[in-house]
Design a protein around this ligand. Structure first.
Ligand code: G4P
Length: 201
């Protein structure tokens, strides 16, 4: 997705050889125009999949998921990472370990918003080690829902998440795949070509 790749080139900051900062449009401030295009792209890729519901995780998955839900005309449910005052009973839960943060969190979704009648599209902002996506898939499985696929805004192709999920048989659609963040620069893996961009910040 060229628009997204351009945005990463123009506004992304390489914090280390494994972390890309994109706070200006995805993780803190949100670019609604870009997010709408991201939603359209997910909707187009999964147009024939019979999606009934989108499942994401707070907080940065919500914006792209809502735009995709708007385009596919389906509701969007987000897993909560923190205990909620109103979300206490009848929950589907999964434990998610973050290698980045070295902590485990319990994520939960009410059984009111996910059922065996659902065909779910899982959406998240970043794919690193795949643990969040796996946790969402576990929740969908507990609800006996079908999983049509996993849509990712930015996949870090040099980490294990993509192969972990694809090896499990999930259809993973990433809108931008980064092959390396070495030497302060972002390299993109594209279906046909590879582009290397020097980021000076
Ligand atoms: P995993 O789910 O793929 O295993 O990823 P991991 O635990 O390593 O990621 C933990 C958090 O860090 C997630 O956000 C994830 O989106 C984010 N993250 C991972 N790699 C990068 C990166 O290179 N750049 C940025 N900007 N974020 C990254 P989170 O803590 O759930 O945050 P949020 O969704 O509340 O914003």
């Amino acid at each position: 997705m060229e628009l997204l790749i351009e945005k990463i080139k123009n506004e992304g900051t390489v914090l280390s050889s494994s972390v890309l900062k994109v706070d200006s449009f995805l993780n803190h401030q949100i670019d609604p125009h870009l997010m709408l295009e991201i939603g359209k792209e997910f909707a187009q890729r999964f147009a024939d999949s019979g999606i009934t519901r989108i499942l994401t995780i707070e907080s940065s998955g919500i914006a792209p998921a809502v735009m995709a839900g708007l385009q596919l005309n389906v509701p969007v449910v987000f897993a909560r990472k923190r205990k909620s005052l109103t979300l206490v009973n009848n929950l589907f839960t999964a434990s998610v370990y973050s290698f980045t943060k070295e902590e485990t969190s319990e994520i939960s979704v009410s059984n009111q918003y996910l059922s065996e009648n659902d065909n779910v599209l899982i959406i998240d902002d970043f794919l690193a080690n795949g643990q969040a996506a796996l946790g969402l898939a576990e929740i969908a499985t507990k609800a006996k829902a079908s999983i049509a696929g996993i849509g990712i805004v930015i996949e870090k192709g040099f980490q294990d998440g993509g192969s972990l999920l694809r090896d499990k048989g999930y259809r993973v659609e990433s809108l931008a795949t980064i092959s390396s963040l070495d030497d302060g620069s972002v390299s993109f893996k594209q279906p046909t070509t590879k582009t290397k961009v020097e980021l000076t910040r």
